[in-house]
Write a protein that binds this ligand. Structure first.
Ligand code: FAD
Length: 486
């Protein structure tokens, strides 16, 4: 059956059965249309805000499939969304009537223990990487939920439990293979397409479809010391300043965060926290567990904890600890974040105020500590931009009823503006940014002075802005002053 697909200019084009059959003759993965079995399941992404219906899902099996999909998109001028783990908060990886280039079946991971390098296909999740890398006692710094995709997280930066010791995920990228808008498969590294390699480390999905990433890995675990202490949220006025003071003196081995959240009455949790609003303080020590004990001990002494779940734990389990709180498709999410050069008393007041007035139990006010190795990279070393943040404040709105969307989005935006107005605010982290916020001011705030170079690289590799469903960087004007973008 003919499918009607959206074009870049907002029109539509019909792709006939014959054209799809010709593609199917060589395409190794399935080409899924709304008429095919499995379509409903295939279009599901994490964020329940985006109940969208792509016109065609091209589930690729390898770079050749990706090349064919990109060529079809160019030939028919299709609007294209690119999906890996499907965790994008802004919903860019799915779009009504567009073609989705879906890498979620490309999840291979190969570890080279001698060189401490890990090669990861473009649709893998962090759970895939941890499973394979931990066989060799290695880890690539990734995110804190194992179902998140490697691709979106890496291309936008990437912070987790190891970032203060080993840097952002993108800082550990050694090479990437990417299908660009003209259908070429390129390899980008320090010595090949260096500009492109620079742009891929923070510049998002603007430059093509990454089919494989290569990362530097580090010895971590298999057992690490993991500290998780939950205090009553009402104790936060005492606990939060104590946490801040403690984090000020930490070695890079420790990555810590504080989170206002509400704990469900789950058998996975001690009864003392069931249905309670908590201030959860947590830390992971990236080094020998025995060294961690005296360093992490103070975390349990900032007040009277409701629960202290700290102890040695397999690194893989640490990485999966929060998964069940983020079920696919069941939460509606809208997040916004602000980098802060310091967590002054003014910032603490806002965090406390917002943390204690969250509109939904699943909403988080999340404060990861930054600094360490993240801050040692220069602004211009990667596209990521400003590295001066000592902390990040992320307002992660999550709720379940569509009728509550307007109120929750409004609350997150108000909170975001309060934090952004602080004198220590230094831009935003685009991986934690919801839809409708990505005007040019948003990308300028995130990329700062790197935006102009990114726009020039965009012009070189995607002059017509074919990859535009992302935190979009517009191609720079051509040297003659004319824009080539449609
Ligand atoms: P997708 O929705 O599949 O992709 C997001 C975007 O990335 C796409 O729109 C596209 O522009 C681009 N993209 C995806 N795949 C490719 C590819 N192969 N080639 C080119 N472009 C591509 N971030 C952190 O830094 N640390 C965390 O700990 C963390 N935890 C999270 C936990 C949850 C539950 C969620 C929902 C998000 C979390 N994030 C975290 C944010 C996360 O980094 C971003 O949402 C990221 O975009 C997710 O990547 P993905 O591949 O899963 O998403």
């Amino acid at each position: 059956m003919t499918v009607r697909l959206r074009t870049r200019d907002g029109g539509e084009t019909a792709v006939t059965d014959e054209r799809l059959d010709a593609l199917r003759a060589t395409f190794r993965g399935p080409l899924i249309t709304p008429h095919d079995p499995g379509y409903e399941e295939s279009r599901l992404v994490y964020n329940g805000m985006f109940d969208r219906h792509p016109g065609l899902i091209a589930r690729c099996s390898g770079p050749a499939d990706v090349i064919d999909a990109v060529n079809l998109a160019r030939e028919r001028d299709l609007l294209v969304a690119v999906r890996a783990g499907g965790h994008g908060i802004a919903g860019h990886s799915i779009c009504d009537d567009a073609m989705m280039i879906d890498l979620s079946a490309m999840r291979g991971v190969w570890v080279n223990p001698a060189e401490r390098l890990v090669r990861v296909e473009g649709g893998a999740t962090w759970g895939d990487v941890d499973r394979e890398a931990q066989v060799f006692g290695l880890a690539v710094p990734g995110g804190v939920v194992s179902t998140t995709g490697v691709a979106g997280l890496t291309l936008g930066g990437g912070l987790g439990w190891l970032h203060r010791k080993y840097g952002l995920t993108c800082d550990n990228l050694t090479a990437a293979e990417i299908v660009t808008a003209d259908g070429r498969l390129l390899r980008a590294s320090e010595t090949e397409h260096e500009d492109l390699f620079w742009a891929l480390r923070g510049g998002g999905g603007n430059f093509g479809v990454v089919t494989a990433f290569e990362f530097r890995a580090h010895p971590v675990g298999p057992i690490v010391m993991n500290a998780v202490v939950m205090y009553a949220a009402s104790d936060a006025p005492e606990v939060l300043p104590a946490w801040r003071a403690w984090t000020a003196g930490l070695p890079d081995e420790v990555t810590s965060r504080a989170m206002f959240w509400s704990m469900p009455a789950s058998p996975l949790l001690p009864p003392a926290v069931h249905d309670r609003d908590v201030l959860l303080t947590a830390a992971v020590y990236a080094g020998p567990p025995e060294d961690a004990v005296p360093i992490l001990r103070p975390l349990g002494g900032f007040g009277t904890p409701l629960a202290d779940l700290s102890g040695p734990m397999p690194f893989r389990d640490v990485q999966r600890l929060l998964d069940w709180m983020f079920p696919k498709g069941q939460l509606i999410s809208y997040w916004k974040s602000v980098n802060l050069r310091e967590l002054g008393d003014d910032a603490l007041d806002v965090v406390l105020d917002r943390g204690l007035s969250r509109p939904h139990p699943r909403t988080l006010v999340h404060v990861p500590q930054m600094g360490g190795a993240v801050g040692r990279a220069g602004i211009h070393d990667t596209a990521f931009g400003d590295r001066s943040a000592a902390y990040l404040v992320s307002i992660d709105g999550n709720w379940t009823e569509a009728a509550d969307t307007e109120a929750n989005v409004g609350w997150v935006r108000d909170a975001f503006h309060e934090v952004s107005d602080l004198p220590s605010a230094a831009g935003t982290y685009l991986n934690f940014s919801g839809d409708q916020d990505l005007d040019s001011a948003g990308t300028r705030a995130a990329f700062g002075e790197n935006l102009d170079r990114l726009a020039r690289i965009k012009r070189e590799f995607d002059p017509e802005n074919r990859f535009r469903l992302n935190n979009n960087i517009k191609p720079a004007n051509t040297p003659s002053g004319e824009k080539s973008e449609k």
